[in-house]
Design a protein around this ligand. Structure first.
Ligand code: NAD
Ligand code: 0WE
Length: 265
């Protein structure tokens, strides 16, 4: 059975109650994991307060600021994990960022700076967090990140994030190869579109969700908790033979071709 009792899980990327990371944290907690949470700090401490209130029911034993653009904050986070927990079993990487300008219009118009920013926050951060987690995963471990179909196929306006997700998915494979001998598994979940803070800021997300509801085999979108269940599975011993994989949790959307034809029924 799915049992994460005795496992220490660090979850990044919770911003509010719609965050995919929040769905994941709830399901890891329900499976018995000890939870640690990191948040993106802001000047006024608003995010800290908001996320602290949200996660209170999970009684996290760690609650730390961690902006992945700041190597010192990343190091501080994992120093604290080492001091407080001794070992780490599960790392959830559930964050991404690109500027609004690089998520619309002509793909070729993206600036060098915006391109670098998106790749830094959304893809390089999996490397830096995994590097810091590696020495703490002494009993093996599981690293899970979140990706999207736009890293494999062209999705209108996903643009620069698509390049970042392609890089992220290849990071998963190279990391899985490097960390496998230490029994650290690295996988990604490719989630279908879900209304969250990040996706709602994108023009046309509702149209995309309606399209998925018409075309996907299950005729609906997925929820944060369904993604959380898949993450709990990947982090559990039930998935002990799985590494380097991209698991689609998308109501089946990814398998479809000729998608207009499927919309009739
Ligand atoms: P969200 O806005 O709730 O989460 C994004 C998180 O990224 C936020 O918590 C934010 O604080 C964090 N973040 C941004 N910059 C950061 C930085 N520099 N340092 C640390 N944290 C930073 O939105 P979400 O949709 O839950 O996104 C979570 C992940 O899921 C992302 O990787 C996203 O690409 C992926 N995803 C989302 C969807 C979707 O439709 N919502 C689909 C597939 C994959
Ligand atoms: O990965 C994502 C969202 C990532 C994202 C969203 C924003 C909006 C606000 C990253 N950075 C920002 N920056 C902002 O300023 N998704 C998979 C959700 C998403 O985003 C899209 C989508 C879908 C689906 C963007 C364009 C087209 C489709």
């Amino acid at each position: 059975m799915l049992n994460l009792t005795g496992k220490n899980a660090l979850v990044t990327g919770i911003a509010n109650n719609r965050s995919i990371a929040w769905g994941i944290a709830q399901q890891l907690h329900a499976a018995g994991a000890n939870i640690g949470v990191t948040y993106l700090p802001d000047d006024k401490g608003r995010m800290e307060k908001k996320v602290a209130e949200l996660v209170e029911p999970l009684q996290p034993s760690l609650f730390l600021p961690c902006n992945v653009q700041d190597d010192a904050q990343v190091q501080q986070t994992f120093d604290t994990v080492r001091d407080k927990w001794g070992k780490l079993d599960i790392l959830i990487h559930c964050l991404a960022f690109a500027t609004k300008e690089s998520l619309s219009g002509d793909f070729s118009s993206v600036s060098r700076q915006d391109f670098a920013l998106a790749l830094d926050i959304s893809a390089y951060s999996l490397l830096s967090l995994s590097r810091a987690a590696k020495p703490l995963m002494t009993g093996g471990g599981s690293i899970v990140t979140l990706t999207y179909l736009g890293g494999v196929k062209v999705i209108p306006n996903y643009n620069t994030m698509g390049i970042a997700k392609a890089a992220l998915e290849m990071n998963v494979r190279y990391l899985a190869a490097e960390l496998g001998p230490q029994n650290i598994r690295v996988n990604a979940i490719s989630a279908g579109p879900i209304r969250t803070l990040a996706s709602s800021a994108v023009g046309g997300i509702l149209d995309m969700i309606h399209h998925v509801e018409k075309v996907a085999p299950l005729r609906r979108t997925v929820t944060q908790l369904e993604v959380g269940n898949a993450a709990a599975f990947l982090c559990s011993d039930l998935a002990s033979g799985i590494t380097g994989q991209i698991l689609y949790v998308d109501a089946g959307y990814e398998i479809m071709g000729m998608s207009e034809a499927g919309s009739a029924s």
